[in-house]
Ligand binder design. Structure first.
Ligand code: NAG
Ligand code: NAG
Length: 194
């Protein structure tokens, strides 16, 4: 009976220790963001990829690939659309930036990039994940952008001109009251003397 109890206790202890040691495998959250406000034909677009390991072990042999930017639609001017990272520790982040130039205008559906990684030291099969999707965006023709935004400079100049009265008016008031005051003082003086 006593022996049996000992066995039971040992089993419980063993179970609880393996329970503690068991850590969740690496899990990567993957986001893809466009950092530009305007998408313009022939002008740089910055894409940021962020990976965040929310698992309990390091993600190994991380391969990031974005196959959504065809060479007919985009030129890569900075960074690479395929990168590999040895590991991302648990709780760790990795970011990657690519600069592209759209070679044509029109609507473009920005879809997900892919990531593959080994979720643990002894994993044999890679885990595949997809990034968030920025969604559809309008790439405006350069000419239109140029037409829309160069006049903005004129808008700013006319704004400055229009706001001038609001600065000029207080000055004019101050100046006229000052001269009125001086005139009164002068008249008083004249009266005393006269
Ligand atoms: C990683 O990124 C996530 C989400 O952006 C953030 O909550 C976390 O604090 C970051 N961790 C480190 C170590 O920077
Ligand atoms: C963009 O692509 C995604 C994934 O292929 C699809 O679900 C979505 O409907 C598309 N959006 C548009 C506006 O075409």
């Amino acid at each position: 009976m006593e022996n049996w109890l000992k066995v039971c206790i040992l089993v419980v202890i063993a179970a609880s220790t393996t329970g503690n040691e068991e850590v969740s495998p690496a899990k990567l959250l993957f986001s893809k963001q466009i950092l530009n406000k305007y998408l313009v034909e022939g002008m740089d677009i910055v894409i940021k990829y962020s990976l965040f390991n929310v698992g309990g072990t390091a993600a190994l042999d991380v391969q990031l690939a974005d196959n959504t930017f065809g060479p007919l639609d985009f030129d890569v001017v900075g960074g690479q659309l395929k990168v590999s990272l040895d590991r991302i520790p648990p709780g760790g982040n990795a970011t990657h930036v690519v600069v592209l130039r759209p070679s044509r205008f029109g609507y473009f559906n920005f879809t997900a990039a892919e990531v593959s990684y080994l979720p643990s030291e002894d994993a044999t099969e890679a885990q595949i994940g997809l990034s968030s999707e920025p969604g559809q965006g309008a790439i405006v023709p350069f000419k239109e952008y140029d037409r829309k935004f160069s006049p903005h400079l004129l808008d700013w100049i006319s704004f400055a001109v229009m706001s001038m009265p609001s600065l000029a008016l207080p000055f004019a008031l101050w100046f006229s009251s000052k001269s009125k005051y001086e005139l009164i003082m002068k008249q008083k003086k004249d009266l005393k003397q006269g």
